[in-house]
Design a protein around this ligand. Structure first.
Ligand code: FE2
Ligand code: FE2
Length: 302
């Protein structure tokens, strides 16, 4: 943090923009702390000493990012229009999510961390930085992004690792809907993502560019042969198959409309990960033909 000149003042901005920037950096500061806690929880779940040590350094990185986000909040808080406090939904969500990561199968824990990093630590922070359009914010976020590249590389590596190493949930922890932490995540997660991520993103990235990039990145990564035995990747492909089937695509379209009518949020960005979008129409036709041929072969054999 000492690499930057914090004595500078930002260019004049509107009252509305100052309040938004301060609130978003305030929430970002908590998100970075949350990311740090998740890496620490993951480190405690792994046996490999090298992996454990790497994730401990990631915890240190995220705490540093949190301090930087807090300093950026103070930097933009020129007029002290209000006291900024972190989002309540996020505060309620945090302990449940950390406990879930502490007990889940590390393959699933890593998958949630990977998704969280792509969506919050990268897409949200990048959009916030672009919205700020400020040289000091640019310099700080460039530095944070250097750490994020290492985090993502390890998130991807651990996805491959869990493809070849069978992992288990923590001993004595409750499974599925018997786990109270899962209920907490489901109860507070939608409010958290809505208010801390989707609503600000509609202001800062109305074309959903960042989220479309996230979806494409996840799809391309999950299509790599090295990760096919990871249970989370299997689940992803099952969900994708469903939503690309005739019945599933109708369910998806209705859900998208209901969400838009009820909350105003546009979830059409998920289509960026579709087979047609990633590989083009030709591949889509080939895949469907292959599936039909396989089903025909199975019917003949039975
Ligand atoms: Fe971070
Ligand atoms: Fe990170």
């Amino acid at each position: 943090m000492n690499d930057f000149d914090w004595s500078k003042k930002p260019e004049p901005i509107s009252k509305e923009k100052e309040i938004r920037l301060c609130q978003y950096f305030c929430d970002m500061s908590h998100i970075e702390r949350l990311a740090g806690a998740l890496f620490l929880a993951l480190s405690n779940r792994l046996d490999d000493p090298t992996l454990k040590a790497i994730y401990q350094t990631f915890h240190t990185d995220e705490v540093r990012h949190s301090v930087a986000a807090n300093k950026l909040m103070d930097y933009f808080d020129v007029h002290h229009y209000q006291v900024y406090t972190t989002n309540m939904w996020m505060n309620w969500f945090t302990p449940f999510f950390i406990r879930a990561i502490e007990t889940l199968n590390p393959a699933f824990a890593n998958s949630y961390i990977l998704g969280g990093e792509l969506i919050l630590d990268i897409a949200l922070l990048r959009s916030l930085n672009e919205y700020a359009g400020d040289p000091l914010s640019n310099a700080v976020v460039d530095k944070i992004n250097q750490d994020e590249s290492r985090h993502l590389a390890m998130d991807f590596y651990l996805t491959e690792y869990c493809s070849t190493h069978k992992m288990e949930r923590a001993k004595g922890s409750r499974k599925g809907f018997l786990n109270p932490d899962l209920w907490g995540v489901m109860a507070f997660g939608p409010g958290f993502f809505n208010e801390v991520f989707f609503q600000p993103m509609q202001v800062m990235d109305p074309t959903n560019y960042q989220m479309k990039e996230v979806m494409k990145r996840i799809r391309r990564f999950n299509d790599r042969p090295e990760v096919q035995k990871n249970p989370t990747v299997k689940n992803w492909h099952e969900a994708l198959e469903f939503f690309e089937s005739p019945a599933g695509s109708r369910v998806g379209a209705v859900a998208e409309k209901i969400i838009k009518a009820a909350t105003g949020l546009d979830f059409s960005f998920v289509r960026a990960a579709s087979t047609e979008n990633i590989y083009g129409k030709e591949k889509e036709t080939t895949r469907k033909t292959d599936d039909a041929a396989e089903q025909f072969a199975k019917a003949l054999a039975s």
